[in-house]
Design a protein around this ligand. Structure first.
Ligand SMILES: [Zn+2]
Length: 60
């Protein structure tokens, strides 16, 4: 689209400034998550997190 009116700043890219590991590992598949190791509780990788969300959404 050529709709470039008033774009003061480029959109920030989420996650780009994330710290380098160590990351906590996924409690389900042991893949590294995007959460730091210091995160409390169960950590899920993006894939498992999505699957859990789907499961919750489809319950019933
Ligand atoms: Zn996982």
């Amino acid at each position: 689209m050529a709709d470039d009116y008033c774009s003061p700043a480029p959109a920030p890219s989420p996650g780009a400034a994330a710290a380098e590991g160590p990351f906590a590992e996924c409690v389900l598949c042991r893949e590294p998550t995007e959460y730091p190791e210091s995160t409390k509780g169960a950590t899920l990788c993006p894939v498992c997190e999505w699957q859990e969300a789907q499961r919750g959404a489809c319950s019933g």
